[in-house]
Design a protein around this ligand. Structure first.
Ligand code: 6PG
Length: 261
């Protein structure tokens, strides 16, 4: 009720306001959401192509992202992404064989790897089972990125999901990789890392990104989204909050169900 005693009326489809760090886009349905994400990715990738002549995107794992990866392959608008000049990176991978169902490469390759038209030499799979994967993948990143802006090894776009516990990529609460401030890539394991050990990009490289998209859909994620809006939510507890790119954008893409409707 406003001061004048008049009852304020919200528009029927007024989007709920969600207090998360960065831009927050709320769409009524997952279909509208992937459409918005696709438009944003097309314009951002073309801006990067104009600046650098190529486009470097890193993608995480998880079921939430799959509808968007599928959308990128079927929506005609997304043909505007410069796939032939795109480098595809992995934000994280499970330490399992590449043909294991738990491998993120499985899903990423089935969608973008096989169908986008990205040259295989520009598809950078994490060899998660290699003992030297941390150095190998960091060296591959540096040799591909360093020349673009001397000393700024910056990815152009990072696509991430959100776990119900607030983890993202392979960064879990109170885990060694979350604490890493210097290296680009770390193996992550320990009591707070469920399932197989991970290989993950660290805050060091993720926070150098020009654009971080965090996709969260479904009512299953509403409790963690609400918890992240609390003032006492801390990055050590909820690693997704550690994503604060210097000179980059964080954009949360939520469907209405993930906001608790
Ligand atoms: C991992 C994933 C992880 C994922 C989130 C969301 O290895 O755990 O990379 O970071 O993005 O857990 O997963 P869902 O989208 O399946 O809920």
């Amino acid at each position: 009720m406003s001061e004048s005693g008049q009852k304020g009326y919200e528009l029927a489809d007024a989007k709920p306001r969600v207090n998360l760090p960065g831009d927050v886009i709320v769409c009524n349905t997952p279909e509208e959401l992937v459409d918005q994400m696709g438009h944003d990715l097309v314009s951002h990738s073309l801006n990067c192509l104009r600046s650098f002549g190529d486009f470097h995107m890193a993608v995480s794992g998880g079921t939430t992202l799959t509808p968007f990866l599928r959308h990128l392959m079927i929506d005609p608008i997304c043909r505007g992404i410069p796939w032939k000049r795109t480098h595809l990176w992995m934000a994280d991978e499970r330490r399992v064989a590449p043909d294991d169902d738990q491998s993120h490469w499985h899903d990423l390759h089935d969608h973008l790897g096989l169908h986008a038209g990205i040259p295989t030499s520009q598809q950078h799979r994490m060899d998660a089972m290699s003992r030297r994967v941390e150095k190998e993948y960091a060296d591959e990143l540096r040799s591909a990125l360093a020349w673009r802006e001397k000393g700024q090894d910056r990815l152009d776009y990072v696509l991430l999901g959100l776990g119900e516990d607030g983890h993202t990529a392979g960064l879990f609460a109170h885990s060694p990789a979350l604490a890493e401030q210097r290296e680009f890539v770390r193996i992550n394991s320990g009591p707070t890392v469920p399932g197989p050990d991970r290989v993950t990009m660290t805050r060091r490289i993720l926070n150098g990104a020009r654009f971080i998209a965090i996709m969260v859909t479904g009512e299953r994620k509403a409790p963690i989204v609400e918890r992240l809006t609390h003032r006492d939510a801390h990055p050590q507890e909820f690693p997704v909050l550690a994503l604060q790119p210097t000179g980059g954008t964080v954009r949360w893409y939520l469907d209405r169900a993930a906001t608790g409707g």
